[in-house]
Design a protein around this ligand. Structure first.
Ligand code: ASP
Ligand code: MG
Length: 427
């Protein structure tokens, strides 16, 4: 028998009719021979309404009370859903986050999961019930208080339960057919993506794509949970989000479940840096510059533009293969007047050092430690660029090895033994 975790978002359980519809779907899954665990969000806009209500009482609600208030939204939907399932002739039991063993830290409003021990949910399944769990909430062992995990956190509850229960599938039901190539509410011609890697989904979620809670994607990537994002309003296949086995780890007893995983430090000394100064601060200049660069088939990596200032000009810097630097300058110089920039500065070789790992975005401490390590090593930073799974900076090429070592040590990556290099210079 397979075990399926299904998560239904607020718009899927917005009113009594919707709750009945969702119950039907759950019962169908159960009757098809599966064990089913359901995670629910609060009905419709309940969470916003509760926030509003608190706002009418006080401008500064104590965070402990806020979490108790907000957690009640999910309690309503889980109990009503259990009733609707009973009405269809199957049995269901609902559980709050703390009953379901969602143990978090004590940070109200953005608690992180430390441990998941869903013993009661497992017992309920073994006894033949559908287990229903309230989304986005847990309990801190330290403070013994109810916590919530932040807006949209129910996705993360579902993924965490799927990982802890070794579920065969984790279905995230929402009000669109899956993950789209752009927000289908904005771009009518957006296409549904059938399958996407966890890495790409992570970048999309970090860049604002809202179908999935960022933390749920991180969690699923780390513990190898396959997600199926689909609509609760249709029977269509949705989007599969597939983790890469090389990124996944096993749940370790006693290790907090949500923490950044640093994979390693990469560096590159093959790039140069070109800075174009005094570029008119009007639309279209970056397009002119990068069209020229593209015509020259020059691959660029990091791009940085200064803040627009009162001077009405700006500086644009980018990195490019060192050997392409001369050519890029010639091409740009040939269009100096039409682009209207003042001058160029080319550094033929710079160092790029990058820290790679999952979960950086939700752990501001990672960048803090990264920049502190560089400071302590006396290394000045040229450009900075970040992504969900990477922070990169440009340094003087002479300082590159020192930067790599400093960051490596700062993140506890140093091993006790010396690595063997059998041959080659690493160039
Ligand atoms: N009800 C909470 C919210 O609206 C959690 C969730 O929906 O995932 O943010
Ligand atoms: Mg919601």
């Amino acid at each position: 028998m397979s075990l399926i975790v299904q998560k239904y978002g607020g718009s899927s359980v917005a009113d009594a009719e919707s709750i009945k519809r969702v119950a039907r779907r759950i019962v169908d899954t159960k009757r098809a021979g599966h064990q089913v665990v359901v995670v629910v969000s609060a009905m419709g806009d309940t969470t916003d309404d509760l926030l509003d209500l608190a706002g009418q009482i006080t401008a500064a609600p104590p965070s402990r009370e806020m979490d108790i208030l907000l957690s009640s939204g999910e309690r309503m939907s889980m109990a009503l859903l259990a009733m609707a399932i009973h009405e269809l002739g199957e049995s269901a039991q609902s559980f709050t986050g703390s009953q379901a063993g969602m143990i978090t830290d004590a940070i109200h409003g953005k608690a992180r999961i430390i441990e998941v021990s869903p013993l009661r949910v497992q017992e309920s399944l073994d006894a033949g019930h559908v287990g229903i769990v309230a989304g986005f909430q847990g309990m801190s062992r330290e403070s013994r208080d109810i916590t919530t995990m932040g807006r949209g956190g129910s996705d993360t509850t579902a993924v965490a339960l799927a990982a802890a229960l070794h579920a065969d599938a984790c279905e995230i039901y929402t009000d669109v057919d899956g993950v789209f190539t752009a927000d289908p509410r904005v771009v009518k011609t957006a296409r549904k993506i059938d399958e996407i890697s966890s890495d790409e989904m992570l970048e999309m979620a970090a860049a604002g794509t809202k179908v999935l809670h960022l933390r749920s994607v991180e969690y699923a990537r780390r513990f190898g949970v396959k997600l199926h994002v689909r609509s609760s309003f249709s029977e269509l296949e949705g989007t599969w989000v597939i983790p890469d086995p090389k990124d996944t780890v096993k749940i370790q007893e006693g290790e907090p479940l949500e923490q950044p995983i640093i994979s390693g430090v990469s560096h590159d000394a093959s790039e140069g840096k070109l800075t174009i100064t005094g570029v008119p601060d009007v639309p279209g200049k970056a397009a002119e510059i990068f069209n020229l660069i593209a015509e020259g088939a020059i691959n660029i990596d990091m791009i940085v533009q200064d803040v627009s200032m009162a001077t009405k000009t700006t500086n644009i810097s980018f990195t490019l293969p060192g050997e392409d630097g001369e050519r890029a300058q010639e091409m740009l110089n040939a269009h100096k007047d039409s682009i209207g920039f003042e001058s160029m500065d080319f550094v033929p070789q710079v160092g790029k050092v990058s820290l790679i790992g999952g979960g950086m975005r939700n752990h501001p401490g990672v960048s803090a430690r990264f920049f502190t390590a560089l400071r302590d090593a006396g290394i000045n930073i040229g450009l900075i660029s970040t992504s969900e799974i990477r922070v990169s900076v440009i340094t003087d090429v002479e300082l590159l090895d020192r930067a790599v070592a400093a960051i490596h040590t700062a993140f506890g990556l140093d091993s006790d033994e010396e690595a063997t290099v059998y041959a080659g210079t690493g160039r």
